[in-house]
Write a protein that binds this ligand. Structure first.
Ligand SMILES: Cc1cc2nc3c(=O)[nH]c(=O)nc-3n(C[C@H](O)[C@H](O)[C@H](O)COP(=O)(O)OP(=O)(O)OC[C@H]3O[C@@H](n4cnc5c(N)ncnc54)[C@H](O)[C@@H]3O)c2cc1C
Length: 358
């Protein structure tokens, strides 16, 4: 390593770590990011890239607030990147068939979406309702990660790949750095953004506070005349159109530990559901199948703040199903908190104190 002393070390180079690093470096810090694999190859790569929660009204208010703020901030984030890679953000809109679940009403859904500033219209489909969200975009998240990594490099942020954090360096109740597979790195402050693997790096967190939630996906290439023009969602299954005409289908929600196996039965179910939703997909070539591990949290709310008893240890993790949508907002909230500036959103619901005693 060229130097082993930084202002801030960010542990984990997914969407949370990469966007946090950029926001913190912009504030003047000397930042290093480490990842035990290649940067941007876990959940943030595997995700669908829909920049809005699915069934947004079913999430805790603090999640909806972060996601809505993230949606608003995306155009600025993308415009600020130093890269020739186009993340292909596309405001395709999202249509949700039969959105009204048990105990829900169209009025409740409308009021929740309106409170978050998410535009929507109701459409009648026979006897059933459909919900149209015209401003929902999707990004090609692997391209977004590559563009973020380019930007990190262009701005001189140190990116250590194949470099695993093995423990924290602590002294008198403060973090002083990270013990890594490539040696010790010193820093005034450390931010844990290790996704589904974060729990082991946050002392005092009760077991089960953060955990992996597997999601399986597949990608199809329909004929150009069968291209889909919007995100289509029904009963938990979604179809995402990409600008090149391909369609990404997701996803399962499985509590199966740190296991990224793709299984034939779940894939068949997703495929069959997708073909019912968009019959033009029948016969389309399946080009990829994959799974990723979302960082779930016990109350579904991200952990964003400073550790209550280890000064200088911060976290930005637990994005669960909305980590891509929320990323520009979580990075700014973290940077504002670390700089002790006023925040756009109330930081209280995300604090670690709700899970860790001081
Ligand atoms: C199938 C699927 C579909 C999804 N669809 C969407 C969607 O449409 N919209 C949306 O908003 N969200 C979606 N999500 C959720 C979203 O992808 C995640 O919430 C988000 O990517 C989490 O980002 P992260 O940076 O916290 O984690 P990750 O991307 O997993 O990054 C964590 C990084 O930390 C590294 N790491 C772990 N341990 C260590 C260590 N000890 N030392 C160093 N590095 C370490 C890992 O290698 C990894 O690169 C989806 C997720 C999945 C799996």
């Amino acid at each position: 390593m060229s130097s082993n002393r930084f202002d801030i070390i960010v542990v984990g180079a997914g969407i949370a770590g990469l966007t946090s690093a950029l926001a913190l470096q912009r504030d003047g810090a000397r930042v290093a990011v480490l990842d035990r694999h290649r940067a941007g190859t876990e959940a943030s790569w595997a995700g669908g890239g829909i920049l809005c929660p699915l069934y947004a009204w079913r999430y805790p208010q603090p999640v909806l607030a972060l996601a809505a703020e993230g949606m608003r901030r995306y155009p600025n984030l993308l415009a600020s990147l130093d890269s020739n890679i186009d993340p292909e953000r596309w405001v395709s809109g999202m249509e949700i068939l039969d959105p009204v679940g048990e105990g829900e009403t169209t009025e409740l859904i409308s009021a929740t979406l309106a409170s978050a500033g998410i535009a929507h219209q109701w459409r009648q489909q026979g006897d059933a309702h459909a919900l149209w969200l015209p401003e929902v975009a999707n990004v090609r998240n692997p391209y977004l990660l590559d563009a973020l990594i380019d930007t990190l490099r262009a701005r001189g942020i140190n990116l250590y790949e194949q470099c695993a954090a093995e423990g924290l360096l602590l002294n008198a109740g403060r973090v002083t750095g990270v013990a890594t597979s490539q040696g010790d790195l010193q820093a005034e402050r450390v931010v844990i953004t290790a996704g589904a693997w974060s729990e082991a790096l946050i002392p005092g967190l009760p077991m089960g506070s953060l955990f992996p939630v597997r999601g399986q996906m597949l990608r199809l290439e329909p004929r150009p005349e069968n291209a889909l023009d919007r995100i289509l969602m029904d009963d938990g299954v979604y179809l995402i159109p990409r600008r090149d005409g391909s369609v990404v289908v997701g996803s399962t929600v499985e509590y199966a530990g740190f296991d990224k196996t793709v299984d034939a039965e779940a894939q068949e179910r997703l495929h069959a559901h997708a073909c019912r939703l968009w019959p033009q997909l029948a016969g389309a070539r399946i080009t990829h199948r994959w799974a990723g591990l979302r960082p779930g949290s016990s109350d579904e709310i991200p952990l964003l703040g400073e550790h209550p008893s280890i000064a200088g240890l911060w976290t930005n993790t637990g994005g669960f199903r909305n980590g891509l949508a929320m990323a520009p907002a979580t990075a700014e909230l973290l940077a504002d908190r670390m700089a002790d500036r006023p925040t756009a959103l109330d930081p209280t619901p995300y604090r670690l104190e709700r899970l860790i005693d001081a």
